[in-house]
Design a binder for this molecule. Structure first.
Ligand code: GRF
Length: 187
C-alpha cells in the first residue's frame, strides 16, 4: 500500500528479487493516481490497482475494497509502505498480526504526521524509523524492527528524511520476514 514515491515498495520488491526476502510482492495498491509508486510498479512489472479514497464514501468502504483486493491476490502479509490514510478496523481486523507499517521515527516518539519535522523541531540528536504492526491507535502497534539515525547539526528536512529512508529500506524487508515467521509459529 503506497500513496507517494514508493521507495519502500521498491525496496521490498528488490529484497524479494535479490533473494534477501523469501516472498513475492503480489500486488501494489495506491490511492493517488499517477503517484511515484504506481510508476515504479509499472517499471518493475508488479500488478497494481488504484483505490482512490476520493471516490469512496467512507474510510470503511475504502478499506473494504482493499480487503477484497488483497484476498483476491491471496496475500499473507500487507505492508503500509507510505500509506497516508488512517486505516479502520475493517482492514486491521482482516489482517490482524499481518499488517505492517513503516514510520519515520523511533516510536513511541513523534507519532503521526511529519515525524521528521517533529524530530527537527524537538532538537533531538537521534531519531530513526520503526516497522510495527498496525492497531487502531495510530503508530502504536507492536514494534517489529527499529533503526537509529543521527540528526546532524546541518540537517534539513530533506537530508534527514533521506538518511532515515535508507534505513527504512533496510528494516522493512526484515519486518516482513519477522511477521511471516511469527505467523508460521504455533500458538
Ligand atoms: C516513508 O518515509 C515512511 O516512513 C512514511 O512515508 C514515507 C514513504 O516513502 N510513512 P516512500 O513512498 O516509500 O518513498
Amino acid at each position: 500500500m503506497a500513496s507517494g514515491s514508493g521507495s519502500n515498495f521498491e525496496a521490498l520488491v528488490q529484497a524479494c528479487r535479490g533473494g534477501h526476502l523469501h516472498a513475492e510482492v503480489a500486488l501494489l495498491v495506491v490511492n493517488n493516481p499517477g503517484c511515484g509508486a504506481q510508476a515504479r510498479a509499472e517499471r518493475l512489472g508488479v500488478p497494481w490497482q488504484l483505490h482512490d479514497h476520493r471516490t469512496q464514501p467512507s474510510r470503511e468502504q475504502l478499506d473494504q475494497a482493499l480487503v477484497k483486493a488483497f484476498r483476491g491476490a491471496a496475500v499473507d502479509v500487507v505492508v503500509m509502505a507510505g500509506w497516508m490514510r488512517v486505516v479502520t478496523p475493517t482492514l486491521i481486523g482482516a489482517f490482524a498480526e499481518r499488517l505492517v507499517n513503516i514510520h519515520p521515527s523511533l516510536l513511541p516518539s513523534f507519532r503521526g504526521l511529519d515525524a521528521v519535522g517533529q524530530a527537527l523541531a524537538a532538537g533531538v540528536t537521534l531519531t530513526g524509523c520503526t516497522a510495527h504492526l498496525v492497531c487502531e491507535e495510530v503508530d502504536a502497534g507492536r514494534i517489529l524492527v527499529q533503526a537509529a539515525v543521527p540528526v546532524l547539526s546541518d540537517d534539513d528536512h530533506a537530508s534527514l528524511s533521506a538518511r532515515i529512508q535508507r534505513q527504512e529500506h533496510r528494516i522493512l524487508p526484515l519486518a516482513v520476514a519477522l511477521t511471516a515467521q511469527q505467523l508460521g509459529e504455533p500458538g
